[in-house]
Design a binder for this molecule. Structure first.
Ligand SMILES: *Cc1c(COP(=O)(O)O)cnc(C)c1O
Length: 385
């Protein structure tokens, strides 16, 4: 037998996800992972820990399979789960030091933009904004003063601007800055930022990774386990923004269908974007999959197999028209969040409130996996009046 020396073919990410990062173990050989709830673990007579665990604040066995799977899906060295996407993002900032400088895009998930500004002001970190798609400005800012961190969100909420990850990460690297990519909207199904030169990937696992609107969770995945990553680890284990074991278990279950869900939703989004783009009541559609979208060329380069399930549209009738249309939709529920199996719509400026940069005639749409005919029919009736 020569099988032991034959190279094992690398499995596709979709295969790894379907198996959910769980390993079949004795005594029951159960295919679904067990749910580990224990907060503490027994020592042996000599004081050692035969199970390799001490305390569950950041050593929960419930994390093992999910973190392993997320690291594999992103092509990274290690993944860490957090209590939310915001907790994961905050841990990155907690690894910085007073006096550090951060570049962040103008268009950015609203809650994070607010907290980022507040955090940096309180902790003596300089925060400079750049236009999401302007690489020349980014290069200028990176070289204007020593910079420790470049934050990227692509596609970016809620206009889905596309930042060229490879180009931006190369500029950051040349300037000695680390690159973090919030890849919540792209998902590892369509984009693998670490392969494009990013150092850390962030996910709000609340969104497409879990996909069923029933878990709040976050994750970070690193390219390498350097000092900066160790500081992030400490921010989790001692800061304590940890995920509960049941939420980790639900997320592991959600991940098993990640590829079919996300591909189906993106295919629906593509059809809906084209339908809306040719509708007379619609002034503009923002979706990176449309050939005339400003981000299309870069999206084609860094998104593979689809352009995500998020789109936005602006109505010819202005803000009141937009709100009325949102109210007339039946399948698209008026609710915030994104990336789940059911379709959602929201009047984004109302959600963000005072200080928002979002045009008030804009509706943000998260497309689900329903039959596309039903989704198109819902928009047709809502726009007809
Ligand atoms: C929702 C979201 C977050 C925050 O994640 P939570 O899980 O809600 O804390 C961060 N970034 C993006 C792009 C998001 O959509």
């Amino acid at each position: 037998m020569t099988s032991s020396t034959a190279p094992t073919p690398a499995l596709h990410p979709a295969t790894l996800a379907a198996h959910g990062g769980s390993s079949v173990a004795d005594p029951y050989r159960d295919l679904a992972p067990p749910l580990h709830l224990s907060t503490t673990f027994e020592r042996a007579a000599d004081g050692s820990y035969p199970g390799g665990r001490v305390y569950s604040r950041d050593q929960s066995p419930a994390y093992d399979g999910v973190e392993q799977l997320l690291a594999e899906l992103e092509g990274g060295s290690q993944a860490l789960l957090f209590a939310s996407g915001m907790a994961a993002a905050s841990a990155v900032l907690q690894a910085l030091r007073p006096g550090d400088r951060v570049l962040a895009p103008q268009s950015l998930y609203w809650a994070w933009r607010n907290w980022l500004h507040e955090f940096c002001a309180h902790w003596g970190i300089t925060l400079v904004e750049y236009a999401n798609t302007d690489l020349a400005e980014l290069e200028h800012q990176l070289n204007a003063a020593p910079t420790q961190l470049l934050w990227i969100e692509t596609p970016a909420n809620p206009t889905w601007e596309i930042t060229d990850i490879a180009a931006a990460a190369a500029l950051a690297k040349a300037a000695g800055a680390r690159t973090v990519v919030d890849s919540t909207v792209a998902t590892p199904v369509f984009t693998r930022p670490l392969e494009l030169g990013a150092d850390i990937v962030l996910h709000s696992a609340t969104k497409a990774l879990n996909g069923h609107s029933d878990v709040v969770a976050g994750a970070l995945i690193c390219a390498r386990q350097d000092d900066f990553w160790q500081r992030i680890r400490r921010a989790r284990s001692l800061g304590g923004a940890v995920l509960g074991p049941f939420e980790a278990w639900l997320l592991q279950r959600g991940l098993r269908t990640l590829f079919v869900r996300v591909r189906a939703a993106a295919a629906n989004a593509d059809q809906l974007a084209h339908f809306l783009a040719s509708h007379p009541a619609v002034r503009a559609v923002r979706y990176p999959g449309l050939a005339n979208d400003p981000g299309h060329a870069v999206a084609r380069k860094q998104m593979h197999g689809g352009f995500g399930a998020m789109l936005s549209l602006q109505l010819t009738g202005g803000a009141e028209h937009a709100k009325a249309v949102a109210g007339r939709l039946r399948l698209f529920r008026q609710a915030t969040s994104l990336g789940a199996v059911e379709s959602l719509v929201e009047h984004r400026a109302s959600v963000e409130g005072v200080g928002t940069r979002v045009p008030d005639d804009l509706l943000r749409v998260s497309v689900g996996i329903e039959a596309v005919e039903d989704l198109l029919a819902d928009w047709a009736q809502a726009l007809a009046e």
